[in-house]
Ligand binder design. Structure first.
Ligand code: NOJ
Ligand code: CA
Length: 669
């Protein structure tokens, strides 16, 4: 969309190159060079960074079933190689940055084996590389993808942060091990290279294709395993049903010397297509509260009964509190009929247009309208995507009629029921379903917060109404996880792993940590740690998840949640170490204000924050810090709140308690 810097796409060369054996393309600054070659007719690529080998010649390619023929050992020859480059800047509708620069060199290698043709397109950025396979128009039409041969063979063995591929809904704790100690992995992976560099391996623009997973092979290699289709409960060797012409998602790797550079990379968004929604004025980032945490803490229920949460009375109270405290919306889970099944009694179909009798939808939407607060709708499907697809238009028309601009969708079920039977939630069939939801929602001016999603791959550039997704071990685990809740290190790992794939609906902001239901389980954090998460864990629909009563107990600390925005002009990791601590700074998109969030793992530590990111002049800093005697287990609420005038030449020294954090707002004086 809004490209405003002169777009240059220059075709530099196009030769017949059958005889030439290797073809190179470098990043615009020359630090990265990728070398493509055919080895006995099979494609491979390697990567060098400043003359140091990063990836050794690594196989590429697809295995296809065309009619009766399995095309596995094609003997390709190079028909042509063309080069292009681009240096453009585009404006985000919302995001961690207002403007994003896309500066890359491209090499397109066109291959043929007889009548069969395939192109591989490489893009080299200063901070990484990407490639994808293209099947241009040719005699074949319908094909079945059996396998993707893409490998990443490392010159030296990296350490990898990842979750195993069987992690349900990606809700797991990322752990680090050497490549050879890893087994299967969900994409994305974060890598610590032996020479101190960092890498991030993932995919971009997953469209009508299964999500990738990775597994470790011998000799420092990672292989690709695409999520398969299922039929009648059996896992097939079919990965995708494709119609030529098609392009695959991009495979990309960010490679940088430092973690701040890794986090600043926008390669994934650059590899997605520009916005397809012409008028985006209806897409609004907002903070919201909701009828939610009390259900996870088992005080209220989703279904009808004495403890039903989404009642007219409760919702009025939440709407009023939202209006008084500057929240844009209120989520109500359990507003619609069908929840008895969810809580294990039967398997009723959810209705997406029928409120429970004690939830007066008309009166509540009128009241929300008066207050200027949005009701955020909720569509749990229990994984029955086929039913949801059939109901989509009716459901979204109903939302439009009642002035609801956003919906949280949910697919709690180990397998998703589609019109093609039960499938894995990251298979091609379910990727198709999620896309249908996004596109249909856009027609009705509805934004999506998708729970139990396929792993994000940057589609929000094309469809900014896909605002946030789960696919993360979120706060809810601290209510009911049998393992006691997420360790303090979890929120120090997420920014460098899952969050690099896009916004997440983690739902920060618990203000009461004891758990009467499962006493061994709790939030492993201090109050300041919860505040800091609003800056660290980015989501343009950002939920403050606790109940009103808990916020009312800590009005001074709650002020930070009132003040913090969820749409940013720019974002910077100031300091951090994966799994140990994070110091993040972001500037509000709609004012000059800066915010800092810092969190630490089980270790208390002192952090030093140079304020050189501030522009000239005097700033008032309001600092929410752990009290000297705070700690997450015994004294989590002890906070000091101080204000002081600072400028860019100052440095702040802050103490973070064990499981602690710090949140700061800077206002220009
Ligand atoms: C799982 C979601 O992640 C959670 O937020 C929601 O409350 C339940 N499903 C019910 O839909
Ligand atoms: Ca979930």
């Amino acid at each position: 969309m809004y490209n405003f810097i002169n777009r240059t796409l220059i075709c530099l060369a196009c030769f017949a190159l059958a005889a030439c054996s290797t073809h190179k393309v470098s990043s615009p600054d020359g630090t990265l060079t990728l070398d493509f070659q055919l080895r006995q007719g099979r494609p491979a690529y390697s990567l060098v960074c400043n003359e140091k080998d990063i990836l050794l010649p690594s196989p590429m390619g697809l295995v296809l079933l065309a009619g009766e023929d399995t095309l596995r050992h094609l003997k390709w020859s190079v028909q042509s190689v063309t080069f292009a480059s681009a240096d453009t800047t585009w404006e985000t509708v919302w995001g961690e940055e207002h403007f994003i620069r896309d500066n890359h060199n491209e090499m397109k290698v066109c291959l043929a084996d007889g009548e069969i043709r395939m192109n591989i397109v490489f893009r080299l950025f200063n901070d990484g590389f990407a490639f994808r396979y293209e099947f241009p128009e040719q005699d074949m039409t319908d094909i079945i993808l059996l396998d993707e041969l893409t490998e990443y063979i490392f010159a030296e063995e990296p350490q990898i942060w990842s979750i195993p591929w069987q992690t349900e809904y990606y809700e797991g704790l990322y752990t680090k091990a050497s490549l050879h100690e890893k087994d299967t992995m969900c994409s994305p992976l974060t890598l610590e290279m032996p020479d101190g560099m960092y890498a991030f391996l993932h995919e971009a623009n997953v469209t009508d294709y299964p999500c990738q997973n990775l597994y470790s092979r011998a000799d420092n290699s990672l292989g690709t395993y695409l999520t398969p289709w299922m039929r009648d409960g059996r896992v097939l060797d079919h990965k995708a049903y494709l119609t030529v012409p098609f392009v695959t998602p991009w495979r990309f790797m960010i490679l940088t010397n430092t973690l701040p550079e890794l986090m600043a990379s926008r390669i994934m968004l650059n590899l997605n297509e520009p916005c397809r929604i012409e008028d985006t004025s209806w897409i609004k980032p907002m903070k919201f509260i909701g009828i939610w945490w009390s259900m996870h803490m088992k005080e209220w229920t989703w279904s009808q009964g004495a403890r039903h949460g989404a009642t007219t009375e409760n919702m009025r109270r939440y709407l009023k509190f939202a209006a008084e405290n500057g929240f844009g919306g209120v989520l109500a889970e359990g507003w619609n009929t069908g929840w008895e099944g969810y809580e294990g009694i039967n398997n009723d179909r959810f209705s997406f247009v029928t409120p429970y009798p004690d939830y007066d939808m008309d009166a509540l939407s009128a009241y929300a309208g008066e207050l200027g607060v949005n009701i955020i709708c909720h569509h749990e499907t229990s994984g029955r995507a086929d039913e949801y697809e059939a109901d989509l238009d009716t459901a979204y028309r109903f939302m439009q009629l009642h002035g609801m601009p956003a919906v949280k969708t949910g697919y709690v079920s180990p397998l998703i029921r589609t019109r093609d039977g039960y499938q894995f939630n990251r298979s091609q069939g379910v990727v198709r379903h999620y896309r249908k939801v996004i596109e249909t929602a856009a027609k009705y001016h509805i934004s999506i917060d998708n729970h139990e999603p396929a792993m994000p791959s940057g589609l929000q550039r094309t469809y900014p109404n896909l605002m946030t997704q789960e696919g993360i071990r979120g706060q809810e685990w601290n209510a009911w996880a049998q393992d006691g809740g997420s360790p303090c290190s979890h929120v120090c790992t997420l920014p460098f792993t899952r969050m690099m794939a896009g916004p997440a609906d983690y739902t920060p902001g618990v203000f009461a940590f004891e758990n009467p239901i499962i006493p061994g389980t709790r939030v492993h954090s201090t109050l300041c740690n919860q505040l800091a998460l609003f800056v660290i864990l980015y989501s343009p629909l950002q939920m403050a998840c606790d109940k009103i009563e808990n916020y009312e107990k800590h009005p001074a600390e709650f002020q930070f949640i009132r003040d913090v925005p969820c749409d940013w002009k720019q974002s910077r990791l100031l300091d951090g170490k994966i799994g140990e601590y994070v110091v993040m700074a972001r500037q509000d998109r709609h004012s000059e204000d800066w915010f800092i969030g810092a969190v630490t793992n089980e270790d208390a530590r002192g952090i030093t924050i140079p304020l050189s990111f501030l522009s000239e002049g005097e700033w008032k800093a309001t600092i929410y810090a752990d009290a000297p005697d705070a700690d997450w287990q015994n004294n989590p609420y002890a906070t000091t709140i101080a204000t002081q005038n600072v400028s860019a030449s100052d440095t702040l020294n802050i103490h973070l308690a064990t499981g602690g954090g710090c949140a700061i707002r800077f206002v220009k004086q």
